[in-house]
Design a protein around this ligand. Sequence first.
Ligand SMILES: [Zn+2]
Length: 298
Amino acid sequence: MAHLSFAFKTLTRLVTAQPRDCPYCGARETQLLARKKLLLELRRCPDCLLKFRYPKEDARSNLEFYQEEYSEGMTTEMPSDAEIARLMETNFAGSDRDLSINVGLVDRHARKGRLLDYGCSWGYGLHQFRQAGFDAVGFEISKPRGDFGREKLSVEILNDFKQLEALTPGSFDVIHTSHVLEHVPDLKYALNTFRRLLADDGVLFIFVPNAAGQQAREMGLKWGHHISEKHVSALDAEFFRRSLPEYGFSLSFSSYPHNAAPRRADAQGVPQLDGIELLVIARREAEVVRLELASTGT
Ligand SMILES: [Zn+2]
């Protein structure tokens, strides 16, 4: 059903000539990079450097998709009570929900404090961050997943954008978002939310499929993580280097398997990162530093 409705939406957007402008910065002229299954296009914005799927997603149908798709998946994919008990007992070690790599990286590069997991699904990451000593809260647009996490893992999950907007500015030391932003149609909203909610010197950790990694370059649109029904953009270090400093972040990058120390972006550009997964570590500069930088024009 999901595929049929996606095909229908795609055709409708084509027939109604949805504009090919950039979904992030609104630039009118964007470039066609490749086509997928005749109807889908991978396009690139020359201004903000975002690579995105055309036809584009709108926030409303994205929200509906995640309620329905995840409602369907709930019956077959979600762990039983016995399985949940076992996963919690072992802190998800060795399971496909094991986030120990992420937790370790966050622990090394940020202070232990209040953490927001943006796009937390049913909260398995929240449990693991709490076990590591973080005061972790989640945000998830799928209500069925939020209900499941609150009930089975006793974690705090916000399900509504209004709840996010009601949070006090600067109330988080860490924001973690793993394999979420490539699904998000309104990246500007997400990045503004991160800027607003992070305290000075707070750190944002973004994990996404690395659309500029070796596999992505070699396989093109055959790469499984590239644009699809679920993936509305193909994210890479180049886009984040262009966009995130505008929100007051200084950046370093890493890619899977994350063994090497994260490398800073500098005037020459972003370091070459070939792994299948990209990690962006974005530190929010303190207000006073930002003002100084602005006044000296650097
Ligand atoms: Zn753009």
